[in-house]
Design a binder for this molecule. Sequence first.
Ligand SMILES: Cc1cc2nc3c(=O)[nH]c(=O)nc-3n(C[C@H](O)[C@H](O)[C@H](O)COP(=O)(O)OP(=O)(O)OC[C@H]3O[C@@H](n4cnc5c(N)ncnc54)[C@H](O)[C@@H]3O)c2cc1C
Length: 462
Amino acid sequence: MSSQPQLVIIGAGPAGMAAASVVNELNINAVVLDDQPTSGGQIYRAIGSSSETLRGLLGTSYTKGKALLPIDNASSSVKWVHGASVWQVDQDGTVYYTCGEGSTSVKANHVIVATGAQERPMPFPGWTLPGVMTAGAVQIALKSSGLVPDGKVVLAGSGPLLYLLAIQLLKAGGELSALVDTTPRSNGVRSITSLLGMLQAGELLRDGIGLLFEMRKRKIKRYRYATDLEAMGDSQLAGLRFNSQGRKHELDCSILAIHNGVVPNVQISRQLGLMHDWHAVQRCWHPQRHDITQTELPWLQIAGDGGGIYGAEASKLQGELAAYSVATILQADNISAISTKKERTLKALLPLQSARPFIDKLYAPSAEFLIPSDDTIVCRCEEVTAGDIRQFVEMGCAGPNQTKAFGRPGMGPCQGRYCGLTVSEIIAKERSVSMQEVGYYRIRPPIKPIMLAELAALPEDN
Ligand SMILES: Cc1cc2nc3c(=O)[nH]c(=O)nc-3n(C[C@H](O)[C@H](O)[C@H](O)COP(=O)(O)OP(=O)(O)OC[C@H]3O[C@@H](n4cnc5c(N)ncnc54)[C@H](O)[C@@H]3O)c2cc1C
């Protein structure tokens, strides 16, 4: 393959892998950059290297990712660079990344960003205690190393991932005490109006019912409509206190795995200054796109959960669509065959997208974790509380970027990933204005922490 690729794909989850597979078939030169050691993304993490036993207990929703694994051989037109963390994308499409041996850049005429989702922050009193971690982090340890937490585990929060993890943990020999579900009671009624769309996505519905059935079969203790969560302990987690259906509860545990749904990872689209819309039900930002994956920059497509939360299967199909869109430009003489395939993919995608309003309404996050109480830390990196943010607003601070000057939220190593949504939600509530008006942090490069030495190692012509 030539030294300058025609396409750069950032992310090797379902969307990135599917895009790579399409361009490989069409013999388009591409480079895939992903910060994980192997392909798979979040859902299929380590699928190529995990043991047969581990794959068995993670279930079919995990093992089906194997079919997406790339063929990386000499005749492939796609080059895979793992352990490559992208920290800047320029307006001309130049992509800067670090891969352990210093930083470098790559420039192509087209870029597909497929950087997926991240877990929504779930701030509540005590959530920064050692022993409290996200459900995603527990699942990452399980998928990548077969590790199961030692001692009693409590899962708390909302969303299908929590239920999936409960079953995966039990199968892996974990000691699961209970699942504390914070999904508000009113969500069930609100979601009914969108049930029809869900019924059209047969497999998704079957998976959901299957999870509930398995929970019941395994007699997993479940507390529903939980509120007033508080992680107990002085310097280490000792347990969880909460209310459920009018009763107070306290559960001992050594690990509390929390989860409140997933939101698009918008670091690259924000760093590029793209326009974003606020999704009032999912309560997160989406980069503006048309034709499903095309952004306002002609050379840039965004595919998968990084553009809006639709799940793994839809992400895969969006990855294919983005690749076909690039191919129609690069291979104008092959346009009719490409368009036929694109149409087929689009047809498969629509029912999956129509299921989303039901899932979004059913698992809409509880207000308690969107706008936390005063003494709750919201920016973990700089230890800024919700009360601090409210005080900044009282002093005249109008938006999230100004709060940085008042108290440094969003300026730590995570670059606002874990406080951005919460800080904006608090400001919008305090000022009684919309999230669109308040906006989000201005994201500047480097979007991932890099060493000065790595910057210095950039070749002179960068
Ligand atoms: C922690 C977590 C666990 C999940 N587990 C499940 C599950 O078990 N089952 C399920 O149905 N859904 C799960 N989901 C949802 C699921 O991830 C998505 O629906 C689906 O994987 C989206 O596919 P994608 O290709 O858009 O992104 P992803 O699968 O997230 O892939 C994105 C890839 O891009 C990489 N990346 C991100 N930023 C950069 C960067 N700056 N530089 C280089 N690489 C980068 C990531 O490391 C990742 O490998 C999970 C989500 C999260 C956040």
